[in-house]
Design a binder for this molecule. Structure first.
Ligand SMILES: [Zn+2]
Length: 272
């Protein structure tokens, strides 16, 4: 955490959110391993040391599965998170289950299903996550495409227009934010999560709460692709960014996220 703060300061990032990953899904070997006490000890230390130079938000990415609703609720109520991302990685249908973040495990899932059958359980579970009322923001809305694009080609949002419209409408109604996650730019989809079309639909439905993230798992990835995530949000018709403090949304101007080294992302914009 300390190295990440130092890198953020070096890049001129004004505000950084840590979103350690937590899950209780028994399919995941990391289930139940998130150590909230250790996490908040690190947050406190980082704020003490670097809080003058960069705003540090205590976030969490919580993997949702309906069976774990109660234990998730208990965890979130027990700790002073600034914001909680709701996400889905693990899905199941009558033939099996898969973790969309784990290759090669997920290959069998894709190999035995067409695109619609492979992604639909993902969007169904995402809808349940939204309805749970547990989350401030939905993370990487179309994560199912991560390795799916290697089987089916570029993700086609229009195939799931009905499902995503319904999920996005509920998000808008409940004031739930949408994350634009830049990590997809550097993964097989070569575009953020979600695709522009989904951010446009969110904005068209009246959604205004968009957060941007690089989903950095290493210090070198801090801020990676953020400029392009911001550009995508603007292109979709979003008027400002959003950050969260004590689980309340606050508007942030696009310029507040501008990094001091704009040359960091030299590649041209590419959206479809
Ligand atoms: Zn995730």
């Amino acid at each position: 955490m300390e190295a990440v703060c130092l890198r953020a300061i070096e890049l001129g990032v004004e505000e950084i959110g840590f979103t350690d990953h937590a899950t209780f899904d028994p399919h995941d070997p990391h289930a139940g391993l998130f150590d909230a006490t250790g996490y908040f000890d690190e947050i406190d230390y980082a704020r003490e040391r670097y809080g003058q130079q960069v705003i540090i938000r205590a976030g969490l990415e919580m993997d949702y599965s309906p069976d774990c609703d109660k234990v998730i609720r208990t965890l979130l109520e027990a700790h002073p998170f600034d914001f909680v991302l709701g996400s889905v990685h693990i899905v199941e249908d009558e033939h099996g289950w898969a973790n969309f973040a784990h290759e090669p495990g997920v290959s069998g899932w894709f190999a035995s299903r067409d695109e619609r059958a492979a992604y639909l359980p993902y969007f169904r579970r995402l809808e349940e996550a939204v309805h749970s009322g547990l989350f401030d923001v939905i993370a990487h809305f179309d994560l199912a495409k991560w390795h799916g694009v290697e089987f089916y080609g570029p993700f086609q949002p229009e195939l799931f227009a009905a499902e995503t419209e319904s999920i996005l409408a509920t998000m808008v109604e409940r004031g739930i934010g949408l994350e634009v996650n830049a990590s997809g730019l550097f993964q097989p989809p070569a575009e953020p999560y979600p695709v522009l079309d989904i951010v446009q639909r969110y904005a068209a439905a009246g959604g205004t709460l968009v957060t941007v993230g690089s989903d950095a798992h290493h210090t070198a990835q801090v801020g990676q692709g953020i400029e392009r995530a911001v550009a995508l949000a603007r292109l979709a018709g979003i008027r400002h960014l959003t950050s969260f403090h004590q689980r309340r949304a606050q508007p942030r101007p696009f310029t507040s996220f501008r990094l001091s080294t704009p040359a960091m992302d030299p590649e041209p914009l590419r959206w479809r």
